[in-house]
Structures are given as C-alpha cells and as structure tokens.
Design a protein around this ligand. Structure first.
Ligand code: HGY
Ligand code: MN
Ligand code: MN
Length: 423
C-alpha cells in the first residue's frame, strides 16, 4: 500500500517540466521509422524500433540515468543515489513500438514524459527517498508478435520469458533472434526489481476528454481484452459456374461472423466492442470462391462476466455456422486479459495533482490495453490520460494539443515526485 504521500505539488515548490525539450523529443522520435510507403511504422524489434530505441537510450544517458536492458528487451533509465539505492523505486513508462501507419504519441508520450519528469527532478537538485525508473517496454502493440503487452507481462512474471523469446512473427521471424539482431537482448532478468508504484501517462485514444473539454483523465480501470484467430474452411470453386446453393463459401461465412459480432455489440445493454483487424482469403483470386478465410477478432469489455458471455455467444454462433454453411471452423485464442482496477490511492493522487494545477479532471476507464495493466499485478498502479483530438488513434491523424501534452507531463511530475518521496 502507498504510505500517506503528498503529491510533489504539496503547495511548496511548484516545479514544471522542460516543455521545449519534451516537445522536441516527441517530434524527433515521431520522425523515426517511416516505412517504404512513408508511413510511421516501428513494429516491435524491427530496424525501425532499433532506431527509436537508440534515440531514447541516448536521451536517457544524456539525462545521466543508468541505462539497463533486460532479456526481453525492456529498456530502463534509472536514477538512483547513494542515499536511496536499494529502496523500491517509483516507476513510470510505456512503449515506443507502434502499429502500422501509426500516430506519434501512442506510448512515446508516456516514455518521453517519464524521462522528462526524472530529468527535471534530477536537474532541480532535489532528493527523493526512492530511486526513479522510466521504462520503454518491448512489443506493447502485439502487431508483429503476439501476445501484446509482451515486455510488461514478462517483467511482471505473467508470461514465460522463453515462450516470449520464441514468439513467431507475422513475417515468420523469431522475436528472440530479432532482439539479438538489433542489439537489445539485454542481460538483466525481467523483474530484476519490484517497483514501489507505477504510473503511466498516455493519450486517451478515445473521444471522451476531447468531447468534454477536460485536460486530465484519472484512469481507474481498464477493460478486458480477448483476441482470437478464426479459420474457416470452405470449398474453392468457380465463381461463375457454381450454383449458389452448392457453394461452400468461406468468405461469406467470415462476413457473417463480423456481422454477428456487430449485432452482439449494438444490442440494448451491450458494452462489448469488437472488430476484425486482419483478414485473408485463400486462394485470394477474384474468380475463385474462397476455400479458406483466416481472420482475427479483437473483443473488449470492462466487465469480465459480459466479456465471457460474448465469447461464449461467438463460440455458439460458430457452431451454428458450421451447420448452416457446411464450413469447418477453428478458433485459436491469441490473447486474453481480464479487466483491471487500478490503485485507488494513486488515482486520488492524480486528481489531487490536477486540482493543484487548476486542471479539471475526470475518472475514466482505459479502452485500450496498456502496460500499466500488467504492472498492476506487481505494484500499486494507475494511469493519467490526456485528450486525443476527436478520439483518433492508431492512425497518423492521432493528435494531442501541446498545452495538453505539457499539462499531462506536469501532473505526472507531481504524482511521481510524491510517490518517489521528494524531500
Ligand atoms: O491494442 C491496444 O489496446 C493497445 O493500443 N496496444
Ligand atoms: Mn499505447
Ligand atoms: Mn496502441
């Protein structure tokens, strides 16, 4: 439990981050990793990810932090002194790997603000009762290798390291080999320290704060996530000559699954959200009835019981579809994380810090998966959100206004300083 800390604000010395430095770093990191199509893409442990890691590790060194990498490639910047060495550290962080054609804030904002907070406190000459750590976790997005949140769940002891290192990517590569190739297969054992508390700053990636004109979100919980890969096998046949009633069309069956999920989500009282982000047909020819459809289902709900009900409803529907459409269907679970409630004490510190800076704040749920949900398994954890304009994210149109970026980082400064036991 968190002792009765005041936030760094405490009404005495009001510190603020170096705005220019944070914004410049965000922009510089945001320009790293343009893929061949000119899209910002830094998939986990790719060359583009290496370039981003090199940049962040360099800034950690410039700030005078000790830079450590663990065996799953999590990148840590550590500020500890002779006085506080050995105490459980206050930790912050997020991720710098991205989805495909990404925005520049998702994850990066939390890592760079965490670094900025520690550098600001270190430069101010203050002392803290605890060391402070900022981390860029490996493979938060899970786009190239499943599961997502890989670095943080391995660090938290929720997923075997060897299994993670053996993960096979969408491109057939092996995560552990790629980690070695890019020079980030570290030596430290994941979980080589247990944080005193963890606070993650992140863009909301949803529309609420922007729509309500509120600059700070005190995130009190996070919804459950279920990822499945579904394979539907039909019968390839001629698109022109095969009578409709004789078709065993895997593509049509896949479309019915997506429609079923949308109807499930939009039924009265439905809270689940669902989408299929990846889909491929075989043989994938314009004039051949697909013999196979392979697609993913990402399903989420803040309530475990409802998420379970919707997973069961989907499983029942797939059985029904095998009968009606004469197809064969297999479903493979890729990821399943239960909803998480964050630490009430730290959520309160976020609200207090926002108030101390005259910022309006509201409690909310994280619709997105976050490294914080894994860190909450091993220490008191909460999150701070800032608005995403029109709620857009996982898109180059992702945008957060500079005043909101600065406000969020200063709230993180106050909460982190309080938890670090600033003297
Ligand atoms: O998928 C998510 O919710 C997160 O952006 N990784
Ligand atoms: Mn993120
Ligand atoms: Mn993301």
């Amino acid at each position: 439990m968190i002792e009765n800390e005041k936030t760094g604000y405490g009404g005495t010395i009001m510190r603020s981050i170096n705005e220019k430095r944070l914004l410049e770093r965000l922009h510089t990191l945001g320009s790293v990793g343009m893929d061949a199509e000119g899209r910002r893409t830094r998939q986990a442990v790719s060359d583009e990810d290496r370039a981003g890691r090199d940049l962040v590790a360099g800034w950690m060194r410039d700030a005078g932090l000790k830079v450590v990498t663990d065996r799953i490639g999590n990148l840590f910047g550590i500020w500890e002194t002779e006085q506080n060495k050995g105490e459980a550290p206050m930790m912050t962080g997020s991720h710098i790997d991205t989805v495909i054609d990404a925005g520049q804030y998702d994850g990066c904002y939390g890592v760079l603000s965490g670094l900025e907070v520690i550098q600001t406190l270190k430069e101010s000459g203050c002392e803290t009762r605890r060391p402070m750590v900022v981390c860029a976790f490996t493979n938060e997005e899970g786009v190239r290798y499943a599961p997502d949140l890989m670095g943080s769940i391995v660090f938290a002891g929720g997923y075997p390291l060897e299994k993670a290192l053996a993960a096979v990517g969408t491109d057939g590569t092996i995560l552990g080999e790629e980690l070695k190739r890019i020079g980030y297969a570290g030596e430290a054992e994941p979980g080589f320290f247990k944080p005193y508390a963890f606070v993650e700053l992140h863009i909301e990636q949803g529309p609420i704060l922007d729509a309500e004109g509120i600059p700070i979100g005190a995130v009190e919980n996070l919804q459950g996530i279920s990822w499945q890969r579904i394979t539907i096998e039909g019968v390839a046949n001629h698109a022109g000559t095969t009578p409709t009633n004789l078709r065993v069309d895997a593509g049509l069956a896949a479309a019915k699954v997506l429609t079923f999920m949308r109807e499930r989500c939009t039924r009265p009282g439905g809270r689940t959200v669902a989408t299929s982000g990846c889909m491929r047909f075989e043989p994938n020819a314009v004039n051949v009835i697909p013999s196979k459809a392979v697609f993913t289902i990402d399903m989420r709900n803040p309530y475990e019981e409802q998420l379970k009900e919707d997973e069961q409803a989907l499983a029942d529907y797939l059985k029904e579809l095998e009968e009606t459409d004469k197809v064969r269907i297999t479903a493979e679970r890729m990821v399943r994380f239960e909803p998480v409630a964050f630490d009430e004490r730290i959520v309160g510190l976020v609200e207090e810090a926002a108030r101390g800076r005259g910022l309006s704040c509201r409690r909310m749920t994280s619709g997105a998966g976050q490294d914080a949900q894994m860190m909450s398994r091993i220490c008191p954890t909460a999150m701070v959100f800032v608005p995403s304009v029109k709620g857009i994210s996982h898109s180059p149109k992702e945008f957060t206004a500079e005043p909101d970026l600065i406000a969020g980082a200063n709230v993180l400064l106050d909460v982190a300083a309080g938890l670090a036991g600033i003297k």
